[in-house]
Design a protein around this ligand. Structure first.
Ligand SMILES: Nc1ncnc2c1ncn2[C@@H]1O[C@H](COP(=O)(O)OP(=O)(O)OP(=O)(O)O)[C@@H](O)[C@H]1O
Ligand SMILES: [Mg+2]
Length: 222
């Protein structure tokens, strides 16, 4: 956890608000995109820190050609590994339902990092959960590198399918490559990141992507 979260107060407040809604019984699935190094993991860590009284589970996707099925979910929910070992006896639907039950009680924050590299089964879980958020006390925060998710990327299909559903939010952290015109303050450890965060606070998603079917609601200017 970094000492100072620079110029992300609005994003963090929005995410905390969504977490509160989720824990009140209106589950949320938040896809948080942004370019490499823009601060997705840092923001997720800040949210986890703010949610320290809740159950937090974390999983990460890896940039490998043969990603293990449900690997990030097993990271987050080791219980899933036992079910996979007995896979012959457990249908995918039963497994997904079990995952949903495990994540719904008690109030839970599930952070899945770098889902641009997610295996197909993990994307299916996100699709399944995105359609069944109602009545859960779960917030899923799924981060992804937006520049790696083109129109033919599997994640784009999932985002397109889910974007219009209640409880599903698409958001993008402003790029470090745009509107970086202000000098970095002296506290900056990553000058480029800091300059852009200062220049683009509360910026909306890039738009124009086929899956951006409704306005981003995280990090909206206040
Ligand atoms: N809001 C911020 N305030 C201060 N420093 C930040 C902030 N956001 C990011 N940084 C710095 O930038 C570095 C990269 O951030 P981070 O790892 O969160 O990026 P990322 O978007 O998750 O990158 P990747 O796509 O590689 O996963 C961090 O180590 C941190 O030092
Ligand atoms: Mg990251």
């Amino acid at each position: 956890m970094i000492d100072v979260l620079i110029e992300r107060g609005d994003f963090l407040a929005s995410l905390e608000g969504l977490l509160g809604e989720a824990h009140g019984g209106s589950g949320r699935l938040v896809f948080l995109g942004g370019e490499a190094g823009v601060g997705k993991t840092t923001l997720a860590a800040a949210l986890i820190n703010a949610a320290d009284a809740q159950v937090v589970r974390r999983g990460s996707c890896d940039n490998v050609t043969m990603a293990e099925a449900l690997g990030p979910l097993v990271d987050a929910l080791p219980e899933v590994a036992e079910m996979l070992d007995g896979e012959a006896a457990v249908s995918r639907l039963r497994l997904f339902r079990h995952v949903r039950d495990m994540l719904s009680e008690p109030p839970t924050l599930l952070v899945l990092e770098d889902v641009q590299w997610a295996d197909e089964a993990t994307l299916e879980v996100l699709r399944f959960m995105g359609r069944r958020l109602g009545g859960t006390r779960l917030m899923i925060l799924a981060t992804f590198r937006s520049e790696e998710v083109g129109s033919d990327h599997p994640l784009t299909v999932v985002l397109g399918d889910l974007a219009a559903l209640p409880g599903v939010i698409l958001a993008e952290i402003p790029s470090t490559s745009r509107r970086c015109s202000q000098p970095a303050p002296s506290t900056c450890r990553r000058p480029c990141v800091t300059r852009c965060l200062r220049a683009c606070p509360g910026s909306r998603g890039r738009g124009g992507k086929s899956w951006t079917r409704r306005p981003c609601s995280v990090g909206a200017s206040k």
